[in-house]
Ligand binder design. Structure first.
Ligand code: NAD
Ligand code: MG
Length: 417
């Protein structure tokens, strides 16, 4: 039985991870859960999984959680009363919980950084969904992994695809994963992108993009932030940086290809020119399960891929004019040091402002570009954790100040009028 901790248990990744635990009761048990604000769902999860510890990001909600648990009828009480902890310290306690074998990181954004580091420092293996952590703090996270011996297993579907393909290359030593050292024999990565919500929109029409438009993804059902990132292709840009840190390739050898069917989850090219791909229906449960069962594979009752049903697999190059976020991510990745942390934080803040309808969709890349340019002269090459946390805060404030001063685009309400 593998003991699993789920950070961000009430989100899209978190709930899917818990469904897997339920589907394989002989293989996995839950020892720790952490969540943001969704107490009703968290209580249900505690009832079902009886974790040893539960952490809330906001410790002012702890009392409410305790009351909800105490008021459950006797026959609906969890098998054990979990230890309840809160705030940043509480998240770290849950992330480094002694009995856990694997920590699934389903917190969204750089808020996942400190719990992820706590898990690594405790020597836990990680299923990394929370890509923002590695993107913002690659130069901090990689040496910590080396020191503790923790392994970073990619739960992001593209990186899982690459990882799965690499299992078939005898000279790519699995244990070298995510040390930032080039993977032997790996020459090129092609990350596939669905194209997101605006795949079939003309670039000129993006002026009219609303929050509802940007949060409806054609192929995947995910949290709101990553769905907007998919619409802007920032998600794929972030995944380029994620792939750089996980597999050690330079940016000239990590490419993006639009593949609207989302059946091929990514491809690798090897030294002899052979290309390997991993295929499957677009369903995050498979990459999450693979992290949980690795290096084994479990028999599942899941729907089998039928390519004749799919009919066609098509591919095209992404249009850089339509997706400026993609170029911004490559530039930040190439600049390295603290720049990816600034890119990530500016994006998180800009997306939050967009979701609150304070800015236009097309303001997102403008704001990120301005903030990254301003950071140019302050960039640190080999950042420590404090440097990453400082630039993360600075970039968020810089975006908010810029929004308060006004953006180049018309506000949505003015456009609608
Ligand atoms: P989500 O918004 O559905 O869930 C986020 C979870 O984090 C929730 O449990 C929430 O309560 C918690 N949370 C939010 N803010 C927090 C904070 N400040 N401190 C602590 N906890 C907080 O997000 P998601 O779609 O599940 O994505 C989670 C991560 O996985 C992201 O980094 C995303 O990029 C990555 N990812 C998601 C998918 C997907 O299919 N959803 C696919 C690939 C990668
Ligand atoms: Mg992905």
């Amino acid at each position: 039985m593998k003991a699993i901790s789920v950070l961000g248990s009430t989100g899209s990744i978190g709930t899917q991870t818990l469904e897997i635990v339920q589907d394989f009761p002989d293989q996995f048990r839950v020892v720790a859960l952490t969540a943001g604000r969704n107490l009703p769902l968290l209580v249900e999860q505690i009832q079902r999984h009886s974790p040893e510890v539960v952490a809330l990001a906001d410790d002012s909600l702890l009392k409410g959680l305790e009351e909800r648990l105490n008021s459950l009828p006797a026959d609906q009480q969890p098998q054990r009363q979990p230890e309840l902890v809160g705030g940043p310290g509480g998240l770290n306690v849950a992330a480094s919980w002694d009995t856990a074998d694997l920590v699934v990181t389903g917190i969204v954004g750089c808020a996942g950084l400190l719990p992820t580091l706590a898990a690594i420092r405790a020597g836990k293996d990680l299923a990394l969904a929370n890509k923002e952590t590695l993107i913002a703090a690659g130069p901090v996270v990689l040496p910590e992994l080396k020191k503790s011996g923790s392994r970073l297993l990619p739960a992001d579907s593209e990186h899982s695809a690459i990882f799965q393909c690499l299992q078939g290359t005898p000279w790519a030593d699995n244990a070298r994963l995510s040390t930032g050292v080039p993977t032997p024999g790996l020459r090129r990565i092609q990350l596939t992108a669905s194209g997101g919500a605006f795949r079939d929109w003309a670039a000129a029409d993006l002026e009219k993009a609303s929050v509802a438009d940007a949060t409806s993804h054609p192929n995947w059902s995910m949290g709101r932030k990553i769905t907007v990132d998919s619409a802007s292709l920032m998600n794929k840009g972030l995944e380029v940086i994620e792939a750089h840190y996980l597999f050690g390739l330079d940016y000239d050898h990590i490419e993006i290809v639009i593949h609207p069917q989302s059946i091929i989850h990514s491809m690798i090219e090897l030294a002899d020119s052979s290309v390997l791909a991993q295929l499957g229906w677009p369903d995050m449960k498979l990459p999450i399960l693979y992290c949980m069962s690795w290096p084994s594979r479990l028999e599942t009752p899941w729907r089998r891929l039928n390519l004749t049903e799919v009919g066609q697999l098509t591919f095209n190059e992404p249009d850089p004019a339509k997706y400026p976020c993609m170029q911004l991510a490559y530039a930040a990745g190439r600049a390295g040091g603290t720049m990816p942390a600034v890119l990530n934080a500016a994006n998180e803040e800009a997306v939050a402002q967009f979701l609150e309808e304070r800015i236009h969709f097309l303001d997102i890349p403008d704001l990120i570009e301005t903030v990254c340019e301003r950071h140019q002269s302050d960039r640190t090459d080999q950042p420590q954790l404090d440097d990453v946390l400082a630039v993360d805060q600075w970039a968020r404030i810089a975006v908010r100040e810029q929004v308060d001063r006004g953006t180049r685009r018309l506000p949505l309400t003015a456009m609608a009028a």
